[in-house]
Ligand binder design. Structure first.
Ligand code: GLA
Length: 383
């Protein structure tokens, strides 16, 4: 990557590299903006940004996999408007950093990412967090402040009213473990996963157009449920309260609320089951989560449902569900490691036969959160 940086910018003097991972969420979907619980793992798939000062006050951002380079005036960042392009994530973060009183330096940036875009593995948060670290240039920042700054960039500049999960796990990821996040207190605990299982993400290779607008609709429907129930957020409602308030809600709003409150409960039961090493219970909860997202929250799609149903029929599979926002992207499947080769071959075969698309398949290796890369040898090759 350093050679590639040097070729592009003529020199790599003073270059530093920052990494931020993507994620897969094991359970707890669409609960984060309802201030509930989520259980993501940070992945080995990550975004890397190499940065060195430029002498002309320009902020240049090159994306290797897009083969694109853009140039901005570092001093004029605050006056830029969103362009509905990938650079919005970079500029959004730069603006939030400037708003904290840190001037944006003239700099050359090179982005390399192994997080597939549009896959629901949180390539946006990986880009935001790695950009923030690069532009802060090692300036001290509390990890939680870093996650929140990146979430603000996405909400304020990109215009996506997302929760905190993706940015948080990109910062707080742990090797060999999942992280349970309480999206109200913003505290977390490390959840060790039982031995004898592995997680695999399967990419539908589709991203239905609905994803942005439907996300906003869900946020609004949850707010409507809160007003009907008289609570500040759905975190404050129990499943029994939601059912008792059914008559006060539109049937669609009722189903949305039902998903959120039962999903919060499933996260806690999944963590308990994981602690006990109760694999069947974990698998069962993953499937219940998927059904709730499919029927009550209505954020799944034919491709995701097909992958989950077919996965469950393969030997050695313990549980499967969609992961991330929905309307395409990936499923996450929990299985016995020895079943992985057959699972990969079989799921690819049936998916391709049905949808005429070859699904990309990724091992989910729980990895550390974002930081500066000390050893450049660890940076993966360009994809
Ligand atoms: C997207 C958002 C997250 C979260 C998930 C759904 O990934 O960025 O904040 O809401 O969808 O769980």
């Amino acid at each position: 990557m350093i050679d590639s940086f040097r070729q592009r910018y003529g020199s790599a003097d003073g270059v530093r590299v920052f990494r931020a991972p993507g994620r897969t969420n094991l359970i707890g979907e669409h609960t984060d903006y309802n201030l509930g619980f989520v259980l993501p793992v940070a992945l080995q798939l990550a975004t890397y940004i190499a940065i060195a000062p430029s002498s002309d006050g320009k902020l240049r951002v090159a994306s290797e996999h897009r083969g694109e380079v853009r140039e901005f005036d570092a001093a004029a960042i605050a006056s830029l408007a969103p362009e509905r392009a990938w650079t919005d994530y970079v500029i959004g973060v730069a603006r939030e950093i400037a708003a904290l009183g840190h001037p944006i330096p003239g700099a050359n940036l090179l982005i390399r990412s192994t997080v597939p875009e549009g896959s629901g593995l949180s390539s946006s948060a990986a880009l935001e967090v790695s950009t923030a670290l690069a532009l802060l240039g090692g300036r001290a920042i509390e990890p939680l402040e870093l996650a929140r700054l990146c979430q603000r960039a996405e909400r304020n500049f990109v215009g996506m009213p997302c929760g905190i999960m993706d940015q948080y796990i990109s910062v707080f990821g742990r090797p060999h473990a999942a992280v349970e996040i309480d999206c109200r207190s913003l505290g977390n605990r490390t959840v060790k996963l039982p031995d004898g299982i592995t997680f695999i993400a399967v990419n539908t290779m589709v991203k239905h157009e609905l994803s942005g607008s439907a996300y906003r609709d869900r946020v609004a429907e949850c707010a409507a449920a809160c007003s009907a129930l008289g609570v500040e957020s759905l975190r404050d409602a129990t499943p029994a309260q939601v059912e008792a308030g059914a008559a006060k809600m539109d049937p669609v709003v009722l189903r949305r609320a039902r998903h959120v409150v039962t999903e919060d409960d499933r996260v806690n039961r999944f963590v308990d089951a994981s602690t006990r090493g109760d694999l069947p219970a974990m698998g069962h909860l993953m499937v219940e989560s998927h059904r709730s997202l499919q029927h009550d929250y209505e954020v799944s799609c034919a491709e995701l449902d097909f992958l989950v149903d077919r996965a469950l029929a393969i030997d050695g599979v313990i549980g499967s569900r969609m992961t991330g926002g929905g309307f395409g992207g990936c499923t996450v499947t929990m299985l016995r490691p020895e079943a992985a080769p057959t699972f990969r071959a079989e799921i690819a075969r049936v998916y391709e036969a049905e949808f005429h698309l070859a699904p990309a398949i990724y091992d989910c290796v729980p990895s550390a959160g974002a930081g500066e890369v000390q050893n450049f040898e660890t940076i993966p090759a360009a994809v």
